[in-house]
Design a protein around this ligand. Sequence first.
Ligand code: SF4
Length: 429
Amino acid sequence: MQYIISTLGCKVNQYESQAIENLLMERGHICAVPGEHADAVIVNTCAVTGESGRKSRQLIRRLMDENPGAVIAVCGCYSQLSPDEVSAIGADVVFGSGDKVKFIDAIERAVSEGEKTSSIDDPFKRKLLEILPAGAVSGRTRAMLKIQDGCANFCSYCIIPYTRGRLRSLPLKDASEETQRLRDSGFKEVVLTGIEIASYGADLPGRPSLADVICEVASNAGDMRIRLGSLEPTVITEAFCRRLAETEKLCRHFHLSLQSGCDRTLKAMNRKYDTAEFYEKVLMLRDYFPNCGITCDLITGFPGETDTDHQDTLEFIKKCAFSAMHVFPYSRRPGTPADKMPEQCTNAVKAARAKEASAVAEKMKKAFLDAQIGRSLPVLFESRESDNVCSGHSDNYLLVCVEGSHLKGEIRQVRIMQRKDEILYGVID
Ligand code: SF4
């Protein structure tokens, strides 16, 4: 079977698509080259916002038009939520965000026997994490390892708990085995990802913590360094920081889900902390991990957010001095409590506030970049920019270029000499 796979959404979706590809290749199937006939078109969808639902439908239709006669197989969070809409578009195989192995079985049956399947489970009934082969696109230096799925936080703007279901974690033994496999495959960095990794282990016997699995991975990682996916700030405690500060393989980069810098808005979002607690954790991270990169997600124009609330948020992000930010104008998601809230902001207000926050973020990023000049940073080289320039990311997640050619896949200390726009330039130390 020749297949095409196309993915929307988060790191977990990227990971699962990579795992689907690994399983298809293990079964002898081949990825169709662009323009070549495909027997099966696989679309992994996203539903995090109303907009991503629209993009999922659009992608399915486009790939159907481009691949007449191919089996159309759809999975992911959008088809988990709206399987009938996906079937109505014309998909032959419709699965949700779980059961990836059964999904592939159904695709094979559809291609060989023309059998159509629609199989949507109840994500709240899922008990175990489906262990899928970790990995990355060949030739990459960085791999992902999914250690957790599901979420029990029910933030008022988020649909994910309804599409991903209850908390499920990768047992420590499987985490170390997968780490060994990635190490032996030559990867130099592993990103621990999940839907809400701060809740890692809450479902496992003995309730191992996120710090436990990070240390388990570290003890099997060889010379691979470890990067953490997005973190709920609640996981940042003295004990967590002290333990991780002893793990020398951990990248000094923490991506925290902030969402707002105003306590009234955080409450309306059903977030589990206030700005004072969040700031305390930022200071704690800087204390245990000097010069670490602290990045965050922010939503602007949440229902009920006033101009004053927005100004509070701008002041708060300046106080935190993030090294980078992802800023999202609030996007209504049918099926979430926030979608029904009064005082919805106009798109113009959401966009204007996002623009203002992004301008602050850009200034803070440049200040953090400038503060690196003269320092020596460990950089994992990932690609060659030109004949004699290689680039990679530092452990505190900055893009760094040096003169050199055959550095790909190596972690080298780089003395930072200058910044051009958002790129640092340096020399091998
Ligand atoms: S923590 Fe909140 S925003 Fe993140 S997946 Fe869970 S409900 Fe959604």
